[in-house]
Structures are given as structure tokens and as C-alpha cells.
Design a protein around this ligand. Structure first.
Ligand SMILES: [Zn+2]
Ligand SMILES: [Zn+2]
Length: 293
């Protein structure tokens, strides 16, 4: 199924305006992030680390990954001033200058003597940035909060990190209310990836293999078919097929042992990963036993 919006003529660019590296609370280095997104066919990426003192106010600049099909844009997620519920603002700014002046935000707690949300959003726009009100549902923004960011260009209507971690991804309600008041705003959907939340099997695919999702489904499909085949008169061929399948997916087990990131995505330790691997050999042995006429 092709989404209706992308069936129109014209050139569509695939990109993500909101992601975190290990320069703030993300897992991957800026360079690893760029490589991951590039490998997945993205055309642009903004590494928007948390612009707070805790992380030395990072405006993260990866190595030069730019080519005719891929660019990185400087940006940050800014935190300053309190929303109506007493939490600190999350404001996404894309296209910030590298020397953007730090605010007074030691951490994620609103303090006195710091810019308000509307003030820091305005300063970002004056510096040339494209400003988005981040994850309204996750933040619990009120309409008054959203109204106050007069400088915003956009509202984040979907945030995948908020979907995975707290089931609070939405921003359409906030956007609709502002549009109804005559504000002209863009829709932005982001993944806000930190690479720390579990995304299960996608997370254990070795990065050098493409077609991750398709391969996960395909191996699952064959597992079921061949498993059922063991009960049929094609038992022998099904068992041989299972042996080949277990060998084919073995690299994922090796990757699980060597990659901390993959272990985190399945929420298991390295020890568990090591213990798991020999079981694959046991399964191969069992399948071999079934393959005998
Ligand atoms: Zn945020
Ligand atoms: Zn974020």
C-alpha cells in the first residue's frame, strides 16, 4: 500500500528532524547515526541533542557525510522556561548556527533567571532556525502554552519515541486548535530516536544487511511453514529447510553477542546472548534428526 500523499508527482525527500546522539542522552555516536540513516535511505538528518548544561549545550556536528543524496543540518532540542504544568519546555530548532548562545538551563528542571519558552523560540527564529513545538501530548501542553510560542513554524504532530516509550505521540489536537485560530503552521512528524528503546527484532539485525524488516518477516514466515511441514509427509524436506534457515539467521545471534545496542533492543544481557547461541546449534541438531528418512 502506498500512502496517498506520496502517490502525487514530484520529488519526495526522506528525513528526520529530531534525533539524539551520545552527545546528550542517545546511544549512538553522531557518525554512527548518520551512517544508520544514510543506510536506511534517508536524504536528510538533524541531530537535535538536548541543549542543556548537563551535556555542555551541544549543537552536534557529525563528520562530513554530505553527498548529493544526503545532508545533515545543525539543530538542537532546547529546554528553557516552564510550561503551565510546571515542566520545562521542549522546543525543536532546525538550522541553528554552531555558535548559538547557550541559555541558562543547567538541566531539565525549570529555574529562575532563564529564558521563557516563547523567548528562546523567538531567539532561535532570529538566528535563522525553523522552530517546532515538540511532542505536545507527551509534554501535556495546554492551549495557552501552544499559543504562547508565537515564533513557531510547526507543531510535531507525531513523535515515534513518545509512541514507543509512553504511548503519547500525538500533536494533531494542538495543531488543529492553533490552525482554527488562523495560525499558519506546518506539520512535522519525527522519530526522536535515542536508540535506547526496544524495537525488538529490527534492533538485532546486523547493520551490514539491508532489507531488515522484510528479512525478519520472511524468516518468521518460513519458520511457520517449515515447522508445520514437519507434521506433514514432507517432514524430511521441511527439516532440511529448517536447518538452512537456522544457519541463515545465525549471524543475527552472533551480532547479538557482540552488539550492546542489539542486546538493549531485546532487553537481554551479553551473558544471555552467549547462552542463547548454542541453542541454535541444538535446534539444528534436532532438525537434522527429523531430516532422517
Ligand atoms: Zn523532548
Ligand atoms: Zn527529543
Amino acid at each position: 500500500m502506498k500512502p496517498l500523499a506520496f502517490s502525487k508527482s514530484g520529488k519526495f525527500w526522506r528525513g528526520n528532524l529530531h534525533t539524539h546522539s551520545n552527545c546528550s542522552d542517545g546511544l549512538l555516536s553522531p557518525d554512527d547515526l548518520c551512517q544508520r540513516y544514510k543506510d536506511e535511505g534517508y536524504n536528510f538528518l538533524v541531530i537535535s541533542d538536548h541543549f542543556v548544561g548537563l551535556y555542555n549545550y551541544p549543537i552536534t556536528e557529525p563528520l562530513d557525510f554530505n553527498d548529493p543524496e544526503f545532508i545533515t543540518i545543525l539543530g538542537a532540542e532546547l529546554h528553557s522556561g516552564s510550561t503551565e504544568n510546571g515542566e520545562i519546555w521542549h522546543i525543536l530548532a532546525v538550522g541553528l548556527p554552531k555558535d548559538f548562545l547557550p541559555t541558562n538551563s543547567p538541566n531539565f528542571v525549570p529555574t529562575d533567571n532563564q529564558e521563557t519558552g516563547p523567548e528562546i523560540a523567538k531567539r532561535c527564529v532570529e538566528a535563522g532556525a525553523f522552530v517546532t513545538i515538540a511532542h505536545p501530548q507527551w509534554s501535556g501542553l495546554t492551549l495557552a502554552d501552544a499559543r504562547s510560542i508565537k515564533a513557531a513554524h510547526a507543531v510535531e504532530v507525531y513523535n515515534h519515541g513518545c509512541a514507543v516509550s509512553t504511548d503519547r505521540p500525538d500533536g494533531f489536537h494542538t495543531l488543529d486548535l492553533l490552525l482554527a485560530e488562523g495560525r499558519k503552521l506546518n506539520l512535522v512528524a519525527t522519530d526522536d530516536a535515542h536508540f535506547t528503546d526496544p524495537d525488538y527484532f529490527l534492533g538485532i539485525m546486523p547493520p551490514y544487511i539491508g532489507w531488515h524488516l522484510e528479512l525478519v518477516y520472511l524468516s518468521g514466515f518460513f519458520e511457520v511453514i517449515l515447522g508445520l511441514g514437519l507434521l506433514s509427509k514432507y517432514r524430511r524436506y521441511s527439516a532440511i529447510g529448517l536447518i538452512l534457515l537456522l544457519i541463515a539467521v545465525f549471524p543475527a545471534n552472533i551480532y547479538l553477542i557482540v552488539s550492546e545496542e542489539a542486546q538493549m533492543s531485546l532487553n537481554i544481557t551479553k551473558q544471555t546472548a552467549i547462552i542463547r547461541a548454542p541453542f541454535q546449534l541444538l535446534f539444528i541438531g534436532l532438525a537434522y534428526w527429523h531430516s532422517k528418512p
